[in-house]
Ligand binder design. Structure first.
Ligand SMILES: [Fe+2]
Ligand SMILES: [Fe+2]
Length: 322
């Protein structure tokens, strides 16, 4: 096509200009399209981290599959764990296509995780010692994930936007599954209510950290500015955290639970929630794999990755033969 031929003759600056015009016009960028290096690298980092977090995120709830209090709950949590692994696989495929021109493979994403070069979400480094924790993960961690992921449903990168559409539809079920567990505990015995409050106290700081530091707390060039510039997302970390508060603080209070932060309130004048900042140094330590469950879960993932190597080999052999 003449358009393609003429595009090839353009200088890098002209290609960049055309790319930005497409972004600003709300067009979707596809895997084979020309894209600037920082766009590709930002997407690889974001999507690989998202993929790995889905897979690592299945582990705290997986611990509760054998211990779920009823058959119905067991089926629910088992289906959720399975969905999360599926989300991870779907996203790894999106990351893989972006990495192909760089000669990097999906296998390397996993190796980066094991070497500690690829970080996963802070919440999945935390323990889930009670059934209330398992419910709270579904209700609030998946709830937080829905807020960040729906913000990217119209991402400029088409394959990511399409994968998120499928993922978000399932995340809504996850949040409902979590809410159902939480409601049962909130209406239960004194011990169950206490167990729920303890779980909320335990998860509160991790939930605040989930959205990442606000721009002023990041050092150097802010990654979130790049994601906004390239229309991968529209809201900042702090805006997303505020959306989370607006959605969930009234629900938490309606269940008769206490917020673990007594200073927290909505400031009408500023139009935002005022809350106690989490310890951001602790956050950095957690995502450097120094969280309470980091090493144990990484070991478990590595072990199952090698135990299941024969399945990947069998599948790739099969596809080569076809
Ligand atoms: Fe998920
Ligand atoms: Fe989920």
């Amino acid at each position: 096509m003449p358009v393609v031929t003429s595009f090839r003759r353009l200088s890098e600056e002209e290609k960049y200009e055309r790319f930005m015009q497409r972004i600003e016009a709300g067009e979707k960028i596809e895997a084979d399209d020309w894209m600037p290096e920082d766009y590709r690298m930002t997407l690889i980092k974001l999507i690989a981290m998202h993929a790995i977090s889905e897979i690592m995120g299945a582990l705290p709830e997986k611990e509760w599959v054998p211990k779920a209090p009823s058959l119905r709950r067991k089926l629910g949590i088992m289906a959720k764990v399975q969905d999360e692994m599926g989300h991870g696989q779907l996203l790894l495929r999106v990351a893989e296509d972006l990495m192909a021109p760089l000669g990097k493979t999906r296998e390397e994403i996993m190796q980066d995780l094991f070497k500690g070069d690829l970080k996963f979400h802070n919440v999945f480094h935390m323990p889930a010692p009670t059934w209330a924790d398992a419910g709270l993960i579904g209700w609030l961690v998946d709830g937080a994930a829905i807020i960040t992921q729906t913000n990217m449903l119209d991402a400029s990168y088409g394959p990511y936007a399409r994968a998120l559409k499928r993922i978000c539809a399932e995340e809504v079920f996850h949040a409902q599954h979590g809410e159902s567990i939480i409601l049962a505990l909130a209406e239960g015995t004194k011990e169950q209510k206490e167990m729920l409050q303890d779980a909320l106290n335990r998860w509160w700081e991790a939930l605040l950290m989930f959205f990442g530091p606000a721009s002023s707390e990041t050092t150097g060039a802010s990654k979130q500015d790049i994601t906004i510039k390239y229309r991968i997302r529209t809201k900042t970390n702090e805006q997303l955290r505020q959306d989370f508060f607006t959605k969930y603080v009234p629900r938490i209070l309606a269940l008769g639970l206490k917020l673990p932060d007594e200073t927290m309130h909505f400031d009408e004048k500023q139009g935002k929630w005022i809350y106690k900042q989490p310890d951001w140094n602790k956050f950095k330590e957690i995502i450097r794999n120094n969280g309470p469950k980091s090493k144990e879960r990484l070991r478990l993932r590595e072990l199952s990755y090698y135990h299941n190597a024969w399945v990947r080999e069998a599948l790739s052999g099969q596809s080569a033969a076809v």
